[in-house]
Ligand binder design. Structure first.
Ligand code: SF4
Ligand code: SF4
Length: 92
């Protein structure tokens, strides 16, 4: 899932999460809701004076919870792992 799944960068194979530090307002919602705790608040400041969220870089499952929690459009992009094609039922 990205902000729109179809504009996914083909160079990125999920799961992955990308946070734009300049769009983030540091509200902490994503770090709170992430079920595995791979997001944290940076010690650095962005141009608006907020401490942006950042990804620890490992362990994201691509669940998308942070994407839906974030109130700032475009601040989080989540890349899900590619779907495996469903096995077709064998005809009898
Ligand atoms: S997609 Fe899920 S696992 Fe990955 S950072 Fe967001 S909430 Fe955490
Ligand atoms: S929920 Fe969005 S605005 Fe809030 S800290 Fe996370 S990325 Fe930043």
């Amino acid at each position: 899932m990205s902000s729109t799944p179809d504009n996914k960068d083909p160079a990125i194979v999920g799961p992955d999460v990308i946070i734009d530090p300049e769009l983030c307002k540091g509200c902490n919602l994503c770090t709170y809701v992430c079920p595995i705790g791979v997001l944290l608040i940076s010690e650095s400041l962005n141009h608006l004076g907020f401490h942006p969220a950042e990804y620890t870089g490992d362990g994201c499952t691509g669940c998308g919870v942070c994407f839906y929690a974030c109130p700032e459009p475009g601040a989080i992009i989540v890349y899900k792992p590619p779907r495996k094609p469903k096995k077709q039922k064998e005809e009898v």
